[in-house]
Design a protein around this ligand. Structure first.
Ligand code: PGA
Ligand code: ZN
Length: 424
């Protein structure tokens, strides 16, 4: 039974140069491990609270010194010296000490950093790779069974690219690739073809957005999809066979007064469902994330009915990795897949519960990074250990993204596990 001897924390910077939290957990058994947490920009309203200093004179209020202090004082006081029999025990002690529904007291960033640093230290103590530790956390005695299929950002818009086009991501999935290694090579070819296409069509070299996606000035969402198909073809692949498409519509962010403001049109919920259904008919799309706004519960079941037999109806802002919201969505048949972001809920054990509820309902789970990431690579281990069918990390660009892909390559080389079959 591991015992935490000391907790340490510092403020570090994420991929946008904004502060985030890094925690180090030192066990009495002489092992210590460090982990850092990401931060979103296109956030769901129901997410746990990321504690910021709100001191406008420093990092425009985004400092994390309070969260760091909370780890070194309140959390350390609560958990140090206790013999811990599980991750859940540690997480529950922190939740009890926080005492709020959304972790606004200690901060989800503080709690999660400790939660993951402990998992990593515990894995090292047990002398097992982190992905195997996560697998055993999910199922006692369990081991990793598969590698996730990669959904890789190609084009960006919305909040990740200054809003030049409404929808947030067009992603590609190297569907014909049977390994991570081959999937990344395919993706590189398509990404380069897309960059060349962008240069030809839009002039200047396309800037990359927060997650490394290309962000030329698309005139509308449909052009993003057309360009993705062209880039796949230009790279020598067959769209719909070798490479398929996913979209993160992130529609909460262009939903106002009950209407979707998309490419000059003002659509009601039904109109938005029709628009998405027509995209699914026209393009080789296999997954639609946040096709509707997070509070538009009335139309989500319609969306699932319209496209759910053919594609993943994936809830991100809708679900916020929150068991209560997932149960509601299962009951209403509002979605058929969960986007799991650990920091939306703020502790490993709660995120695991959320993933297992979704899997228990027959849903598919995409394990996802945030747009503000660090070079830490625990997400790859988590996706493997928790049997995520998909992983969503961003583009094949920027070191904070590549750290996760490189870790997947390492895990693949080590385990030779198969990549998950595309559901359906
Ligand atoms: P975020 O967005 O990390 O900026 O919140 C990612 C997503 O919407 O999937
Ligand atoms: Zn999303």
């Amino acid at each position: 039974m591991p015992t935490i001897k000391r907790l340490h924390a510092i403020e570090i910077l994420d991929s946008r140069g904004r502060p985030t939290v890094q925690a180090t957990c030192e066990l009495a058994e002489g092992i210590s491990a460090t982990a850092s947490v990401p931060s979103g920009a296109s956030r769901g309203a129901a997410e746990a609270l990321e504690l910021r200093d709100c001191d406008a004179s420093r990092y425009r209020g985004l400092g994390c010194r309070k969260a760091v202090e909370n780890i070194k004082t309140a959390i350390a006081d609560t958990v140090c010296g206790v013999a811990l029999d599980s991750q859940t025990q540690l997480d529950n002690m922190m939740l009890a000490r926080d005492g709020t529904v959304n972790k606004s007291n200690l901060g989800a960033n503080a709690i999660l950093a400790v939660s993951i640093a402990f998992a990593r230290a515990h894995a090292a103590l047990l002398k097992r790779p982190l992905y195997q530790h996560f697998a055993a956390m999910a199922t006692p005695g369990g081991t990793a069974r598969q590698l996730p299929r990669m959904t890789i950002n190609l084009f960006s818009g919305g909040k990740h690219a200054g809003g030049q086009v409404a929808i947030q991501d067009v992603l590609i999935i190297p569907a014909a690739a049977t390994t991570i290694e081959e999937g990344l090579a395919t993706t590189y070819a398509v990404y380069q073809a897309a960059a060349e296409l962008g240069m030809k069509k839009y002039g200047a070299r396309a800037l990359t957005a927060d997650e490394g996606g290309l962000a030329p000035p698309f005139p509308n969402a449909q052009t993003m999809l057309d360009d993705a198909v062209t880039a796949i073809e230009n790279a020598g692949f067959k769209p719909g066979k070798d490479v398929v498409i996913a979209v993160d519509v992130a529609s909460s962010h262009f939903y106002e007064d009950g209407k979707y403001h998309l490419d000059g049109a003002v659509l009601d919920g039904k109109g938005m469902v029709d628009r998405l259904a027509s995209w699914v008919r026209q393009y080789p799309i296999v997954s639609v994330e946040d096709g509707l706004a997070e509070e538009d519960w009335a139309h989500w079941p319609l969306l699932r009915e319209a496209i759910g037999s053919r594609v993943l109806v994936l809830g991100d802002d809708l679900l916020c990795t929150n068991v209560g919201r997932i149960l509601k969505a299962i009951e209403l048949k509002a979605a058929n897949a969960l986007l799991l972001k650990v920091n939306q809920i703020g502790s490993l054990s709660e995120a695991l519960q959320a993933g297992q509820r979704a899997q228990g309902a027959g849903w598919s789970v995409t394990i996802s990074a945030r747009s503000g990431e660090t070079e830490d690579d625990w997400l790859a281990d988590l996706a493997v250990g928790w049997s995520g069918t998909q992983i969503k990390v961003g583009s094949i660009a920027h070191s904070e993204r590549l750290a996760k892909y490189n870790r997947l390559l390492q895990i693949e080389a080590e385990t030779k596990l198969p990549v998950a079959k595309w559901p359906g």
